[in-house]
Design a protein around this ligand. Structure first.
Ligand code: S3P
Length: 451
């Protein structure tokens, strides 16, 4: 007796040391349809937990991302004496200790895979006078550059030591009263900017930071909402915080993460017959580079129900299939779509013409070297991709073939490859797919629901 069972489109196989995601789109192609509520914004979630921990009184957070990265932040602050209720997306309560009152931890603070946790926390720890801290992270984080925050903190007279000229974690920090600086950052990085601003909260005087182009401004918005003395010069992008200041606990509503929505925006754009409604997506202009890039590529995306929620702009995004056209992505837009370059590379494979992405060297020091990771995996699937020192050149129209690829334990690579696989012929197996849980724990479930 023979049975004919259709191959499931989405299959997650948990082995002893990794999860393998197998995607087998049906012959003739696949459309994605439905309504999706993406998880809370990762950047805003970290900041809500941190400012809640530093503020006086209670902070209530609605919509927190329950991913591994915010769990790392919550863990570190709990170790320093902050009471944080069990994390859930509906309601999280942080009992703030008041600025300067973090306890010296009796153990190493482990930021896991999270660069935002480690870099922002360094500014906070360095300014906590009289306490000693040690911080570390996973294999990936221990290889990522920390000098970009250690250097300005040293200029503030912070005492921080680590491997390779104090540039790699594990790092040791002897907290003390710092001196204010007026720092010009060589990189447009919200992590660098936020680290310095957080260090400035406890520092007497005005601490300023200027970046070459504008990076995400969630810290500025949230610090203002918590009552910090902060000003922004829109012409020069110079942000100044005056300390010492006190923060007051707030109610924070975290919008959906546009960086998570990006996977679905591209999925629906490249798969004929698709239509998705993405509800409650944060559309802060410092994060919407992905929407501008896809618009240049002639994607069909409409904004519905635009509104302000707790100081951040939010909208529902409707996306329908459209034949994409190649474009050039370079310059000031990069910081506003920095985490979306891997999924844009997938979009480019399905666009007509040659897409060029430049000025994206920062991708080499993310959770993995994302330029090499995307070039090598998409090449393996049959795409015409050339790796440039600071970007990618991708000629669309080749189609993709299913292949065995690996996320390299990078969440955004895992999810970008999953979307590429939906548009490929045959089965794609993605190794270390569990990495998606860093920022999107329900990613595979959602994928299965819309295919
Ligand atoms: C983040 C800033 C960005 C981004 C990261 C989150 C933040 O990093 O890539 O995922 O929350 O501040 P850089 O500041 O290094 O560009």
């Amino acid at each position: 007796m023979s049975s004919t069972m259709a191959t499931p489109t989405v299959l997650l196989e948990n082995t002893e040391n990794q999860a393998i995601l197998r995607l087998s789109p049906p012959i003739g192609g696949l459309a994605v349809r439905g309504t999706i509520r993406v998880p809370g914004d990762k950047s805003i979630s970290h900041r809500a937990l941190m400012l809640g921990a530093l503020a006086q009184g209670t902070t209530e957070i609605e919509g927190l991302l329950i991913g591994e990265d915010p769990q790392s932040t919550a863990h570190c602050f709990r170790v320093m004496g902050v009471e944080i209720s069990q994390l859930n997306p509906q309601h999280v309560v942080v009992q703030g200790l008041g600025l300067g009152n973090l306890q010296e931890p009796a153990t190493v603070l482990d930021a896991g895979n999270s660069g935002t946790t480690l870099r922002l926390m360094l500014g906070i720890l360095a300014s906590h006078s009289g306490r000693f801290f040690t911080v570390t992270g996973d294999d990936s984080l221990r290889s990522r550059p920390m000098s970009r925050v250690v250097k300005p903190l040293h200029l503030m007279q912070a005492q921080i030591w680590g491997r390779q000229g104090n540039s790699l974690a594990p790092l040791a920090v002897q907290g003390q009263t710092l001196r204010p600086i007026d720092y010009t950052s060589p990189v447009a990085s919200a992590q660098v900017k936020s680290c310095i601003l957080l260090a400035g909260l406890l520092t007497p005087g005005s601490t300023s930071v200027t970046e070459p182009s504008l990076s995400r401004d969630h810290s500025e918005r949230m610090l203002k909402a918590f009552g910090a003395e902060i000003s922004v010069d829109p012409e020069t992008h110079r942000v100044t915080v005056t300390g010492p200041t006190q923060l007051q606990g707030q109610k924070v509503v975290v919008p959906g993460d546009i960086s998570s929505a990006a996977f679905w925006l591209v999925a629906a754009s490249i798969l004929p017959g698709s239509e998705l409604l993405l509800e409650n997506v944060g559309v802060n202009p410092t994060r919407t580079g992905i929407l501008e890039a896809l618009e240049h590529m002639q994607a069909n995306i409409t904004h519905e129900n635009e509104r302000m929620v707790a100081g951040e702009p939010v909208a529902d995004l409707r996306v329908r299939y459209a034949q994409l056209q190649a474009c050039t992505i370079a310059g000031d837009i990069l910081p506003r779509l920095i985490d979306e370059v891997p999924i844009l590379a997938v979009a480019a494979v399905f666009a007509q013409g040659t897409t060029v992405i430049r000025d994206a060297a920062e991708l080499r020091v993310k959770e993995s070297d994302r330029l090499t990771a995307m070039a090598q995996t998409l090449q393996k699937m049959g795409a015409a991709v050339t790796e440039l020192p600071d970007g990618l050149e991708i000629t669309g129209g080749t189609g993709l073939q299913g292949a065995e690829v690996d996320s390299g334990m990078d969440h955004r690579i895992a999810m970008s490859l999953a979307i590429a696989a939906l548009g490929a012929q045959g089965t794609t197996a993605i190794g270390h797919a569990e990495a998606a849980a860093i920022s999107y724990p329900n990613f595979v479930k959602t994928l299965a629901a819309i295919t």
